[in-house]
Design a protein around this ligand. Sequence first.
Ligand code: NAG
Ligand code: NAG
Ligand code: NAG
Ligand code: NAG
Ligand code: NAG
Ligand code: NAG
Length: 453
Amino acid sequence: MGSAEDDHLPKKQTHKSINDQTKYKLKLLVLIILTNLLTIYIFTGPSLNLHPILKNTINDSPFPSFGSTSLLQELNATKNELETSRSQIIVLHLQLKSTNQLVTELLAQLNLLNQSINRTADSSLLNFNDLLDDLSKEAKLGLGPHKLPLGLSPRSGIDEVYPSVGGGCLMYKEDLAQYMTYNVGKECPVDDVFAQRLMLKGCEPLPIRRCHPKAPAGYVEPIPLPKSLWSTPPDTSIIWDPYTCKNYSCLIERRKFPGFYDCKDCFDLQFREKTRWQFDNGGLDFGMDQVMATRRQGTIRIGLDIGGGVGTFAARMKERNVTIVTTSMNLDGPFNSFIASRGLISMHVGVSQRLPFFQNTLDIVHSMHILSNWIPDTMLELIMYDIYRVLRPGGLFWLDHFFCLGTQLNATYVPMLERVGFKKLRWNAGMKLDRGIDKNEWYFSALLEKPMS
Ligand SMILES: *[C@@H]1O[C@H](CO)[C@@H](O)[C@H](O)[C@H]1NC(C)=O
Ligand SMILES: *[C@@H]1O[C@H](CO)[C@@H](O)[C@H](O)[C@H]1NC(C)=O
Ligand SMILES: *[C@@H]1O[C@H](CO)[C@@H](O)[C@H](O)[C@H]1NC(C)=O
Ligand SMILES: *[C@@H]1O[C@H](CO)[C@@H](O)[C@H](O)[C@H]1NC(C)=O
Ligand SMILES: *[C@@H]1O[C@H](CO)[C@@H](O)[C@H](O)[C@H]1NC(C)=O
Ligand SMILES: *[C@@H]1O[C@H](CO)[C@@H](O)[C@H](O)[C@H]1NC(C)=O
């Protein structure tokens, strides 16, 4: 400050010419301002170093010795410092504010985490309605519960019912929400592929929707039996949108072109389908008549073909007066529609669902290619137990071309079938050589029986 005073000495000389009265008034004014500024300073904060000025003003009685210019300069300096400190305070304030926000946000996150930890730990305490919480009204309608109009039912002991849906549905709530988005009473979205994928993920059965499936244009009455069993249905019988092929001739021709498709040559009924199970080669290929001959004539009447492709097993059994229900998935082909067009019963279910049959009812269960080592062991054992359940005592389980590795055959699958309780009537294993002997890939075909007692 001292050096600043010296620098301004020439200016001081010029100011001397202002008359004394004006000088005095100015001094008074400056004093008032200074007092006010000091008050502001005292109340804003101690960060500014004003002590020298305070000393000069109060103790040394500044008026006689201080020129107006130096006072102004002091004032200016003070003002500048004040301004600086004020802006510092503003910056500090802003920083504090953002820190505060950060802490609040962190706390909120922590709380969320805490809640989710709680939720996982206490999931058994969660109410089914909580799980439905963020679903649309229509989705909630499809998943229930619904109050019984007559109140508590003595038969079931409940006063509300839940429509049946797969437990997996709630693991894929976004997909479920999408599936349940449609115009009530109008045409459903053509979302077969999406819906089936949802089924395969464990949302099976899917919830019921209040909409109409798109109707095929130019639908004609089906071909009459028994001709329908071995006829290709008209292209106008189905909606082709979900499939790569857009007509049956494309599906029939598919076997001649490269590319992997499930049941690639199945739609050509004049090709391999024509001869399936008609002959017994003494190995993996069992003949239908040979299998039927293990039971008394006419006692194989009803049954199930799991993953039955285009339904040829059922068609051949129908020719033997046996009624077979065929389960099938529409994996890039209208398998269910095709089976139905042949005049056979198709069921659109995967392999993970409990079979919708009562225990001890079916004479025969057949399955080719579908049950194999792609299914987790635990799940496969559940499936085997369910097949055992629905078969009647003395009923047949024809496990046709089960694929696995040589190492799994005796280590996993033979013990599993024994554990479930099947009795072996016939067993053939054969190496699958098309990908090389070193792959150690095997097929086995088995005719198993549910024991009479
Ligand atoms: C006050 O200080 C500022 C910045 O230091 C300077 O630009 C200004 O000229 C000064 N005013 C007076 C009257 O000395
Ligand atoms: C998290 O939850 C536990 C008890 O459930 C509680 O003691 C803790 O304070 C919670 N923490 C936060 C950040 O909410
Ligand atoms: C966690 O659950 C307990 C009871 O199980 C409850 O008292 C507590 O408030 C819950 N904490 C959070 C953060 O939801
Ligand atoms: C069937 O569809 C294919 C393409 O997928 C097309 O090239 C062919 O002309 C169609 N055939 C008939 C009979 O419509
Ligand atoms: C199937 O049933 C019909 C009528 O009941 C009978 O005429 C026919 O011989 C039966 N076919 C076989 C293979 O048993
Ligand atoms: C499985 O075991 C049987 C007899 O126990 C044996 O003959 C057969 O070679 C074995 N199969 C494989 C693939 O190891």
